[in-house]
Design a protein around this ligand. Structure first.
Ligand code: 4AD
Ligand code: MG
Length: 476
């Protein structure tokens, strides 16, 4: 390859997804990618080249009498190459187009003895240990393209429905969920004595020497800030990372995950349920439409009923029941649960899955939970016992989204904080929103990784996020 053609190599590069969709041959094409397989025949070599733009590979044909052939020596599975040649109709089966190479440049070698992705299929566990190479496999390439398309579909959905995208902070001084499972952020030296926040009242501010002069944590949810924004912009959503230091090593929890959190002023529990249902349904519909090949891979290799189930989800309304109806169904089910359900206790994952998978055979929204098992900000119902909360439960996932109408009445909110022993001073801004033009409002949090588990049939959350963070795991 001459130096000038090398110089233009990347500028002229055609992504393989585009090249494979061409409607006519091309006398001059440049493709770059990673070699998936190499096969040598008598006077020809075949490379299957993938550049991540789609599931399909481009077949590259290298004739013995071309300059490309001279560079083939160290081109093995895993190596990266840049190929220039002609895009021609493929006489072989399985692809419409192939590239007849004129020149080939080896960009990066991959030692056959060392490169871990030699086999056609590897277990998810094995691939988790090499998360840096996972995107080079068919399955994870497909998964991360679906992840990207899903995020786009979510933004599109909210934009089309009049929601503004707002950015809420990652560093925060408040505990939205009140569960205390937060990561502390500090610039104090590692060996500084751990501040005792319990002692703050008598010893002054234990965080006085720290960066913000007060305690700082990683956010568990952007909700409280989203509420602030909704009280001026009307309808907003955040889509950002959330962090939870809960020590739960389950296939559905990560210490760092992404959450979509819409918040709407002039809205109640009913409109909130409608929004959650419509958002999930429209997002799934779009991903099915836009990622047919990638989705098909999951249908073929992970769950043969996946696509049919998703089409059903898009078409049929979700079931809706109150928490007390849910408890009744569970108690009458005669199923032996590890935790016996009774009114007043939180639904466990086994209960949620029973409702969605077996009883309703599809997504179900459970609403109006007892106040004692829900967060302080949920609006108290007139019965004084339940709150206007909702959880969206899905088969195989359990809780996909959770939200509520928010308590907009200052006196009720203050009363609730004091019942929970919370210091109202920590929620000054939140309380002030209730002093000046307070309005009924509602929102929810939809776990993005759980949505991807629903979409792909993946059974472990670690397999739908590029770099999973779970207790004891912080590779990279
Ligand atoms: O139910 P959660 O805790 O609700 C909130 O955080 C509210 N402040 C949201 C709101 O109303 N704006 O979390 C919401 C969703 C869950 O339904 C679940 O899908 C997901 O976030 N989620 C997790 N996903 C992965 N790993 C974890 N550790 C998760 N914790 C919650
Ligand atoms: Mg929840």
């Amino acid at each position: 390859m001459s130096s000038t053609s090398q110089d233009r190599c990347y500028a002229e590069r055609a992504v393989i997804a585009r090249a494979l969709a061409a409607d006519s041959p091309d006398e001059r094409i440049t493709v770059c990618g990673w070699v998936r397989t190499r096969r040598d025949a008598k006077d020809l070599s075949f490379l299957e080249l993938n550049d991540g733009s789609c599931l399909a590979n481009m077949q590259i044909i290298i004739d013995e009498d071309t300059p490309a052939h001279d560079s083939l020596a160290r081109v093995n599975t895993g190596a990266s190459v840049c190929v220039q040649g002609r895009l021609v109709e493929s006489p072989g089966k399985g692809q419409r187009w192939e590239v007849r190479a004129h020149s080939l440049r080896l960009l990066g070698e991959a030692d056959t003895a060392e490169f871990p992705l030699q086999k056609k299929r590897h277990s998810d566990e094995f691939l988790r240990g090499i998360a840096h190479l996972r995107p080079r496999t068919n399955k994870y390439g497909a998964l991360f393209r679906i992840r990207s398309e899903t995020a786009f579909a979510v933004h599109e959905y909210f934009r089309e429905n009049g929601f503004f995208h707002v950015h809420t902070p990652v560093l925060t001084g408040s505990d939205c969920e009140g569960a205390g499972e937060m990561f502390r952020v500090t610039t104090l030296p590692v060996n500084a004595p751990v501040p005792d926040d319990g002692a703050s009242a008598c010893k002054g501010n234990p965080f006085a020497e720290d960066f913000f002069g007060r305690e700082c944590k990683l956010t568990v949810s952007g909700q409280l800030e989203a509420e602030n924004m909704a009280m001026g912009l009307g309808k907003v959503y955040t889509f950002g990372p959330a962090f939870r230091a809960e020590n739960s090593n389950t296939p559905r929890h990560c210490a760092e995950f992404w959450m979509i959190e819409p918040e709407a002023a002039f809205a109640d529990l009913l409109s909130n349920m409608d929004l959650a249902e419509d958002c999930v349904r429209q997002t799934v519909r779009r991903v099915l439409e836009r990622c047919p090949q990638d989705m098909d891979l999951f249908n073929r290799h992970i769950d043969p009923s996946l696509i049919e189930r998703l089409h059903k989800l898009v078409k049929e309304p979700f079931a809706r029941i109150s928490y007390s109806e849910a408890v009744d169904i569970l108690r009458k089910s005669k199923r032996k649960f590890t935790f016996t359900p009774f009114f007043g206790t939180d639904l466990q994952s086994e209960h949620e899955r029973f409702l969605a998978e077996e009883h309703f055979g599809g997504p179900v929204i459970v609403h109006d939970y007892p106040k004692d098992i829900k967060a302080f900000y949920m609006r108290l119902n007139d019965d004084g016992m339940t709150v206007a909360a909702m959880d969206l439960l899905a088969p195989r996932i359990g809780e996909l989204a959770g939200g509520s109408q928010r308590e907009e009445r200052l006196d009720v909110l203050k009363q609730r904080l004091s019942e929970l022993g919370q210091d109202a001073a920590h929620y000054r801004w939140y309380l002030e929103l209730r002093c000046f033009g307070s309005v009924p409002h509602a929102g929810f949090g939809l776990g993005f990784e759980r949505l991807l588990m629903l979409l792909t049939g993946a059974s472990n959350i670690r397999d739908v996020i590029p770099f999973p963070r779970t207790p004891g795991n912080l590779e990279f």
